[in-house]
Design a protein around this ligand. Structure first.
Ligand code: TA6
Length: 287
């Protein structure tokens, strides 16, 4: 018989009938799928804090477009083999429940296997902590269980509801080194001002300071993101043209979300010695 779960944690099925956990705490209600250890939703007194695509699909071994998909061990397309899954394989794996404690807090875990080693020749253990107390806390720990060092990238690819992307702004990235990787970006923008969305936006900021604020006046809300162990932040909105090329999206979905991704990527990727581990921690508050 499955071990009894603490109060505030329940086994459920998500919209695709996949195994998931429901966490109910002071900060609201969170759904987490064992597929990819993906946070699917977070509802508090203000409504849905995260965002999911209109035509979200809940399929075995695939991420839902929304919530907080995980990125590991590479960010974006694989540098050498475009046939390998974009954003790595962590979000496609079936994770398992390692621990559940009152709080509520769960720890999900996954390790390498023949399939992952065929894509990336390293042994590793990933643990994801999801806690719902006065805020939503997510901690991704990467452990190098191999005998050699490993270089990897990681991100918590957070989709946030904004109501109307034209009126929202992101504060705390001003003046940082940044690379714009969008195919049809805003031609010129003020790097010393809070980030506004006026075209496809796909900016990788480095040397980030650990505190960001998203202001979404259309929803009359502010979302604070505090990180430890993240040197990079990616801010993304596909705008209308790229939305047409993305799965699960309705044509106008781009207007209602932005991604703020807590990460270690590109020149700030991680190098872990044999046996070494690293934790990226994100706390999200919505007021
Ligand atoms: O994080 C930004 C990004 O790399 C975009 O370029 C876009 O590809 C987005 O991630 C979504 O990627 P996905 O593989 O989830 O469709």
């Amino acid at each position: 018989m499955a071990t009894a779960l603490p109060i505030g944690i329940t086994w459920i099925k998500d919209r695709g009938g996949r195994a998931a956990l429901l966490l109910v705490g002071a900060a609201g209600e969170v759904g987490v799928s064992l597929c990819g250890a993906q946070v699917l939703w977070w509802r508090n007194h203000l409504g849905e804090v995260l965002w999911s695509a209109t035509n979200s699909e809940y399929l075995t071994g695939k991420p839902v477009r929304g919530g907080i998909p995980l990125v590991f061990p590479w960010f974006g397309d694989h540098a050498a083999d475009p046939k390998l899954p974009a954003h790595g394989f962590a979000r496609n794996l079936e994770w398992r429940l390692a621990r559940a404690v009152a709080g509520p807090e769960v720890v999900l875990e996954v390790t390498d296997d023949v399939s992952t080693r065929s894509m990336w020749p390293h042994s590793f253990r990933l643990q994801l902590v999801i806690a719902v107390a006065e805020a939503l806390r997510i901690e991704l720990t990467i452990q190098n269980t191999d005998t050699r060092s490993m270089r990897c990238e990681e991100a918590l690819h957070t989709y946030l509801s904004v109501g109307d992307v034209h009126s929202c702004s992101v504060h705390g990235l001003e003046g940082l080194p940044v690379t714009e990787q969008a195919t049809a970006p805003e031609t010129a923008w003020d790097r010393s001002a809070p980030l506004r969305f006026r075209a496809e936006t796909d900016r990788v900021f480095q040397g980030v300071r650990g505190h960001l604020e998203l202001r979404a006046p259309a929803l009359q809300r502010r979302v604070e993101l505090d990180t430890e162990g993240a040197n990079s932040t990616i801010v993304w909105n596909p705008w209308h043209a790229k939305t047409a090329r993305l799965s699960q999206m309705a044509a106008d979905d781009w207007q209602r979300f932005c991604c703020i991704e807590s990460a270690n990527v590109r020149e700030r990727s991680l190098t872990l010695a044999a046996g070494q581990q690293h934790t990226l921690a994100l706390t999200i508050r919505c007021r």
